[in-house]
Design a protein around this ligand. Structure first.
Ligand SMILES: NC(=O)c1ccc[n+]([C@@H]2O[C@H](COP(=O)([O-])OP(=O)(O)OC[C@H]3O[C@@H](n4cnc5c(N)ncnc54)[C@H](OP(=O)(O)O)[C@@H]3O)[C@@H](O)[C@H]2O)c1
Length: 261
């Protein structure tokens, strides 16, 4: 993408990385569509973005359960302000309390509903509009957890891995219509989500630092954005090891649940 995107939609903009991204894109030329569930937190992000000169439209939706209403809102936004950049960022975490804990079907489904289907609910409606215009960029926030399942968060790893596989699959199809698809793989970013993560958080980045890097790389049209580099390299290396050895290392790094008492 050569020109800076003016019409930008971001889900999960009420907190954390989504809020930092909203602020990064806020400016006098920008029209931002910000989606989240929590009205008070969304209003705070909106006010901060307006102070930077952006026009802000808010959509209060649960991306997992309100697909139709979200699609309608996206349509209205897109008709008034054809979307240049869509960032599907909303997500939830799930971690095991200890090694006797288990994500049953309901818990697993709820994580996949938000992280996988919530993302698809966001992206799917916009794809045909961007393809018809032969313009636009879609960014999906996955995680470095997409590259290796970790015993501390099975459903989360599965959801982020599914985004990776889906995104890699559709990228060449969308490229035929000049629509970009970028997958973003953060390591640990200091937000409410990582605050409650029980394991070690090596190389924790601030949301502002993460948002700045993401914005710069998206502007350059990157297909993949991974950070921090050392952690990303470490996960690549881990995948070359026999699985049990990799499991053992992850346990040493406290990326496996604590032993039950
Ligand atoms: N923090 C990390 O270390 C880290 C690392 C790798 C990847 N990520 C990914 O980065 C993304 C942002 O995470 P974060 O760390 O910024 O988390 P966060 O501070 O907990 O913020 C999550 C955001 O997603 C929204 N959200 C969650 N479920 C939603 C739903 N069903 N419908 C609509 N909005 C929903 C929340 O909205 P409400 O405020 O309205 O609930 C909030 O705005 C996630 O996809 C996460 O998996 C984070």
């Amino acid at each position: 993408m050569s020109e800076a995107p003016r019409h930008v939609v971001i889900t999960g903009a009420s907190a954390g990385l989504g809020q930092a991204l909203a602020l990064a894109y806020a400016g006098p030329e920008a029209v931002l569509g910000l989606v989240g569930r929590n009205a008070e937190r969304l209003a705070v992000t909106a006010e901060l973005c307006r102070q930077r000169g952006a026009i802000v439209l808010l959509g209060r939706f649960d991306v997992a359960t309100e697909a139709s209403a979200l699609a309608e809102w996206l349509r209205a936004f897109d008709q008034a302000h054809p979307i240049d950049l869509l960032i599907a960022n909303a997500g939830v975490a799930s971690t095991l309390v200890d090694d006797r804990d288990w994500e049953d079907l309901a818990r697993s489904r709820s994580v996949l509903d938000t992280n996988l289907y919530g993302t698809l609910h966001t992206v799917m409606p916009v794809v045909p509009w961007m393809r018809a215009r032969k313009h636009g960029q879609i960014a999906m926030i996955s995680s470095l957890a997409a590259f290796r399942g970790m015993a501390i968060s099975p459903a989360y790893c599965a959801s982020k891995s599914a985004l990776r596989a889906w995104g890699d699959s559709v990228r060449p199809l969308l490229a035929k219509d000049d629509v970009g698809l970028s997958l973003i793989y953060p390591g640990f970013v200091k937000t409410a989500m990582s605050d409650v993560f029980p394991g070690d958080k090596p190389q924790l980045w601030s949301p502002e630092r993460a948002a700045t890097l993401i914005q710069r790389k998206l502007q350059a049209g990157a297909d993949e954005i991974m950070f921090p580099r050392l952690l990303a390299e470490g996960i690549r290396w881990l995948n070359m090891l026999p699985p049990r050895l990799a499991d053992w290392i992850l346990e040493r790094l406290s990326l496996a649940p604590a032993k039950s008492l």
